[in-house]
Design a protein around this ligand. Sequence first.
Ligand SMILES: [Mg+2]
Length: 401
Amino acid sequence: MRITELRTTAVAVPQKRTYRSSWRRTGHGTNALQAVLVELVTDEGLTGIGEAPVVWAGSAAVTTAMIEAVAPLVVGDDPHDHDLVRRRLYAETGMAHLGTQGMSWALSGIDTALWDLTGRILDQPLHRLWGGAWRTRSGFHADVVPDEPERMAEDALARVAEGFRTLYFKVGFAPELDEARVRAIREAVGDGPRLRVDANGAWSPGLAKRLLDRLAAYDLEYIEQPIPPGDPEELARLRARVSVPIMAHESSLSVEGTLAVVRHGAADAVQLDPRFDAGIAGAHTAAQIAEVAGLPALTHTFGELGVGTALMLHFHAAHRNLVLDSQTYYPNLTDDVIAGGPLRFDGCFLDVPQGPGLGVDLDPERVAHYAAFHAAEVAGIKPPPPDDPYYDREYLIRPRV
Ligand SMILES: [Mg+2]
């Protein structure tokens, strides 16, 4: 069997509300979730599908160009050689020795489609190729958008009423505002829900120590990446000094990073992403490193449509220690590009797909509709000027000292 064609389609699906990250609203001026769909066509009638997040410059054109530039390295290959193909891509693009961040996110659409093809060839869901399912459904957190503390408390209560048990929100803004938000949300939702906060490395070690001593009163499940990721020893020192459990993310997003976190005892949990670093194969290795160290894990989100979300669900199913509620913005989507429409939540849970490969198929009509929407409404959109409230200027000066 040979791959005969690599197709890309940029799509954008409107979201119910605009997400705001730590330092800017996401979407670069649009509230739609963008993705680049990848289809690998073979000479035997099977087609593998994948989804790449749009991160660089907020432009699907950049992601598409990165994928199409390596198409000659994929077309003509045997899809059974999926990891050899991925490693050749990494070697030919310089990522093998210069690092992968950014480019691996784009090329993850190919990596996912190669694995999807393998599952379709063998007529097995991916989690069975990866050793079998530890679970048939997987939990996700609810994302609370940064806002006035009272509005965030209302939002948190609404998410809990929908059945979510883990509430996630960004910190790393003004310290007083961070604390007021945590207090308002804990007071609103009571003792039950887990509160997980993410500083995206915004704090200095000293500020992290002082703030976490104060935030400990609100029973946080985890503080995610309180300080910058470059120094696992410093993260380990902080972990030894504070009672709030520490989750590594930017520190653990490569296989080597996960190994360093474990070696230094720098975190109580690790966040992984099969689109970072060494792709899906690398994420399996990282999950197993964490498992050997006794650390629970979860997956990161850039915001995924159904193809990317299905990849996460198979990954969760295949690893014993993927027990924490993972990140997602999926409930915020108004629709999806997969056949049958959006995956349906039962409370905080999504079922692990059981069909071959990813277990989801593209809906050609929806793909065409959201490709047209992307072309008309999203492509070419310019980011706001630097003084626009889109940006949190203070946040860009980090870590705080
Ligand atoms: Mg994070």
